[in-house]
Design a protein around this ligand. Structure first.
Ligand code: EPZ
Length: 430
């Protein structure tokens, strides 16, 4: 199994191209099941999760062709992919596929809306928390779906004339359930109003793409989304928005190591709260013609307290990386995780690098140690893994990160992007 070897201590200097967002690409790809026409997505990142979803959509009958494989757009290998699902050949999403990637559960929305039925495996356990699907079920029932759970599968059927638009308010903000309800409601009879909807940029990106396909969605980006059902959707061409989590991760890496880096092809507005926290920690962040410039020269890292929250709050997907940064602060900081109950698996591993962190419920207390020392580490999820990579960049000596497959799920060409900025990072195959 591959590992990543990092020799820390180098400052980062140069340009890092930011890829298309994984968490936008996945629901956008799933939206292709809503139409028999071709949906073309540009700027799709080349990631293990995308490849897995290509397999899953193929299973439902989508014909998928990848253009410009390895085509260079600026410095990145962004790809343009065409999805055509003339006929849905299978409305079942089996356990073998859904258990590998939770987001594949989301096919339930389009399958139910277009075919009137779907049989989708429950996603099962997950390293960062229990992550139930009750909100999806409740929301689809509000659209008049009949739902039964049997032998680990959710069996959903729509009334004879199709789903029926309704008013539904989520008891808790959920990105995935907002994606699914929005997709399902595009083809429902009548109007659906979703209250307490997720406001994440990826939800806005999906709504914009659905509108380009002929849907009638308004209010995306606010907590009330209105969807007027239409009879059918057509194809469209849509560019996946930049990855705000990748952007924030590299910004934190520069804040940790020091240096001067331009993050290209991204947008500050996607991650205001996180950038503000990095600024308060001591990095200079400015918008330039070519992207976001992150600089830290000389100044020490200051402790900053954060609480994760749904957008526009501090993203849970940057919590582990920010904890890495705080281990090097001069002073004590607190990080409270409010989205997932078990998203502190990186704490033990950061401690192996010399960090001093104690946990009390959902809050971590980080006593800055000023410097970290390299060690062998491993992580159980994507964002935790990358927090170890960026901590390794700032640590003295060698850090070996195992279970690299987690990183390959969500960070495109990580080693190459960092190496070009002067980091010593390499993939080691055993
Ligand atoms: C999305 O997951 C992201 N995944 C996650 O990124 C991200 O951490 C999360 O949103 C929060 O921002 C993708 O976009 C593919 P949720 P999602 O439903 O949609 C609870 C990464 O590293 N909940 O917003 O699955 C749930 O348990 C990943 O890229 C219910 O209780 O997250 C959690 O506590 C990890 N019942 C909270 O809501 C439900 O039916 C928010 O989860 C659904 C969710």
């Amino acid at each position: 199994m591959d590992r990543i070897r990092i020799v820390g201590g180098n400052k980062l200097n140069g340009v890092i191209p930011i890829s298309g967002a994984k968490n936008a690409a996945l629901p956008l790809m799933i939206a292709s099941l809503l139409t028999d026409d071709t949906l073309t997505l540009e700027n799709v990142p080349h990631l293990a999760d995308v490849e897995q979803l290509i397999r899953i959509l193929g299973n439902h009958g989508a014909d998928i062709s990848v253009n410009g494989r390895r085509e260079r757009q600026g410095e990145s290998y962004a790809r343009t992919i065409h999805f055509t699902c003339r006929n849905i050949v299978d409305t079942t999403a089996p356990y073998e596929l859904v258990s590998k990637m939770r987001a594949s559960f989301w096919v339930i929305g389009p399958l139910l809306a277009r075919e009137g039925k779907a049989r989708v495996s429950l996603p099962g356990g997950c390293a960062i928390g229990t992550r139930p699907v009750d909100l999806f079920i409740e929301g689809l029932q509000a659209l008049s779906a009949n739902i039964e759970i049997d032998s680990g599968y959710v069996n959903a059927t729509a009334p004879a004339g199709g789903l029926i638009g309704a008013r539904y308010t989520f008891p808790k903000v959920s990105v995935g359930a907002t994606h699914v309800l929005m997709m399902a409601a595009t083809l429902a009879n009548g109007t659906t109003v979703l209250g307490n909807a997720a406001r994440e940029p990826e939800v806005v990106d999906l709504a914009n793409c659905l509108n380009a396909m002929g849907a009638k969605i308004t209010g995306q980006g606010t907590s009330t989304i209105t969807i007027e059902g239409v009879r059918s959707l057509s194809g469209a061409r849509h560019r996946v928005l930049p990855d705000r989590i990748e952007t924030g991760t590299y910004a934190m890496a520069v804040a940790m190591t020091g240096g001067d880096v331009i993050l290209e092809d991204t947008d500050m507005a996607l991650l205001d709260t996180a950038l503000e926290a990095i600024r308060r920690a001591g990095a200079e962040i400015t918008e330039t013609n070519s992207g976001i410039r992150v600089v830290r020269n000389g100044a020490g890292i200051k402790p900053v307290d954060i609480v994760t929250d749904p957008f526009p709050g501090f993203p849970t997907d940057l919590q582990a990386q920010f904890m890495g940064l705080m281990t090097m602060a001069k002073g004590t900081s607190h990080i409270t995780e409010t989205i997932f109950e078990n998203r502190f698996m990186h704490v033990q591993e950061l401690a192996r690098l010399g960090a001093k962190i104690s946990l009390s419920g959902q809050t971590a207390k980080i006593e800055g140690v000023g410097r970290l020392k390299g060690a062998p580490v491993m992580a159980t999820d994507l964002r935790a893994s990358v927090s170890l990579v960026i901590a390794g960049l700032a640590a003295e000596g060698e850090t070996m990160v195992s279970r690299v497959y987690h990183l390959d799920r969500g960070f495109e060409r990580l080693e190459e992007k960092l190496t070009r900025c002067g980091a010593h990072v390499e993939r080691v195959s055993d």
